[in-house]
Design a protein around this ligand. Sequence first.
Ligand SMILES: NC(=O)c1ccc[n+]([C@@H]2O[C@H](COP(=O)([O-])OP(=O)(O)OC[C@H]3O[C@@H](n4cnc5c(N)ncnc54)[C@H](OP(=O)(O)O)[C@@H]3O)[C@@H](O)[C@H]2O)c1
Length: 274
Amino acid sequence: MRHWVLITGCSTGIGRALVPLCREAGWSVVATARNPDALAELPPGEDLRILPLDVTDAASIAAAAAACADLPLKALVNNAGYAQVGPLELLHPEELRAQFETNVIGLHMVTNAFLPLLRQQPGARILQVASMLGRLSIPLAGPYNASKHAVVALAESLQLEVGRQVAVVLVEPGAVRTAFRDTLARAWGDLPERARGTRYEAVIAHYLHGRKRQAERYGMTAEACARKLLQALNASRPPRRMTVGWDAFWVGKLKALLPAAWWEAVMRRFYGLG
Ligand SMILES: NC(=O)c1ccc[n+]([C@@H]2O[C@H](COP(=O)([O-])OP(=O)(O)OC[C@H]3O[C@@H](n4cnc5c(N)ncnc54)[C@H](OP(=O)(O)O)[C@@H]3O)[C@@H](O)[C@H]2O)c1
């Protein structure tokens, strides 16, 4: 019997790269996206079901869960997410709320909607895609840092609560070359205008340009990241935590080793915060 995996946020990036990898590895895939037309290019087959799923919309989640009720669902990959960035001083509360609605509450609602189905399959697992920024915080990305710290906390609690029946794997990637940074620029909204004339004006320009360039130079490909997720899907004993990428590994170590004042000095210098 083929096992099924449901993946959120398959329109681009890591989620999209994971779909063909899973199919090649013998999984059947429920590929989901807010706009399922974005998945029209995926080769059809009995091993693929395409469903609309907006993780902020309870009705959409319930409909997706109902549409999977007949499947032997063995894995869920909570991948959908975006980064709301910006200096906290300039941030509107609704921007912070929206960030949590998608990255945290959405992930939580999807998890709970599919847990009953997952419980029926021995060896079932949930992959919660957090970030290296779920363990350390960088400036100008406060909302995103906070949301991913919350994902880490939820995953660790969930592992303790249900881990004997359904394994919970925390995935913590470093920089990955995806549409993520374009989406990030869109999530700025009118922040550059809000920043005009403040100490953040130059900092933001430096940040937007620099972040994209760094990720393009050093980030791993979406496929390389997806391969790591596939390892966790296939593992007979899934890991509790999976750090993906040399930056996620080493930056975490560096933060743990450096005195706090040194770490802050490095961060301020790196982000042009003087
Ligand atoms: N790229 C990185 O450097 C990096 C590093 C660490 C962690 N991550 C995490 O990896 C995950 C995937 O990101 P990515 O790099 O692959 O970025 P991406 O290419 O921008 O993909 C994000 C996906 O999430 C979907 N999404 C956003 N809001 C959604 C919603 N309300 N409902 C359903 N889907 C939604 C997007 O769909 P639409 O097309 O509809 O917007 C898109 O398919 C995210 O959780 C991100 O935080 C990324």
